[in-house]
Design a binder for this molecule. Structure first.
Ligand SMILES: C[S@@+](CC[C@H](N)C(=O)[O-])C[C@H]1O[C@@H](n2cnc3c(N)ncnc32)[C@H](O)[C@@H]1O
Length: 204
């Protein structure tokens, strides 16, 4: 049986996200991907950055099965680690001190609008403790800026999200930046991406 999930958005956004990662990622060490979903980003970026150890994670067992299946399918088993069962809310994250000492960056793609706000807070709380000075946390997804949506499609997407779950929704970068500051992370760059998304880089 094939456990792989196919998330269409990952086909569209993997190349532009990869271009951003090319500019910001260190040469080696561990990159921790939060909310890896299908695992398609994980295997794509592991192949693109072979000197990095790309650590996927997801709290959903079916996603972790998909990630494992993608790793096997791409012949990457033994070359990249299997996914971690990591729920941002289950703090402190169970990461060994050896893992933390090799950790160089945290990447979180398309999670914070599809989870309650407490997940965003938890992500920054843990990034504060897991990252060392100058290391980066990158978020990718749709965002509001100063309370405003940046496109009509984001406005409609936000409405749809909130109708599915009242705790979900497109987040405002100003609010995120405030949370970041309280956890010693500074927003250093925001990059306009295709389809009204942003890559937002925070530095510890
Ligand atoms: C829309 S999917 C995005 C998956 C993938 N990053 C992508 O871009 O295709 C949202 C993901 O967030 C994960 N997620 C939801 N709540 C989470 C939490 N509390 N901690 C970590 N991941 C969570 C879900 O399991 C799901 O895989």
């Amino acid at each position: 049986m094939d456990d792989r999930f196919f998330f269409p958005a990952t086909l569209r956004n993997r190349a532009p996200i990869g271009d951003v990662l090319m500019k910001i990622l260190p040469k080696n060490g561990i990159v921790l991907e939060i909310a890896s979903g299908s695992g398609e980003h994980g295997i794509t970026f592991q192949k693109k950055f072979p000197n990095i150890c790309w650590q996927t994670s997801d709290p959903d067992p079916s996603c972790r099965k998909s990630i494992k299946a993608w790793i096997d399918h791409e012949g990457l088993s033994g070359k990249m680690p299997m996914p971690l069962d990591l729920d941002v809310l289950k703090r402190p994250w169970q990461l060994s001190s050896e893992f933390k000492s090799s950790l160089r960056a945290i990447i979180c793609i398309n999670m914070i609008h599809i989870s309650p706000w407490c997940c965003t807070k938890a992500l920054f709380q843990e990034a504060e403790t897991c990252l060392e000075k100058d290391q980066l946390l990158m978020l990718y997804g749709p965002f509001k800026i100063s309370g405003e949506h940046i496109s009509a499609s984001n406005y409609n997407f936000d409405k749809t999200l909130r109708s599915q779950n009242s705790l979900w929704g497109v987040r405002d970068l100003d609010d995120i930046s405030e949370i970041a500051k309280t956890h010693k992370l500074e927003m250093v760059e925001k990059i306009i991406m295709p389809a009204n998304n942003l890559s937002v880089i925070f530095q510890r």
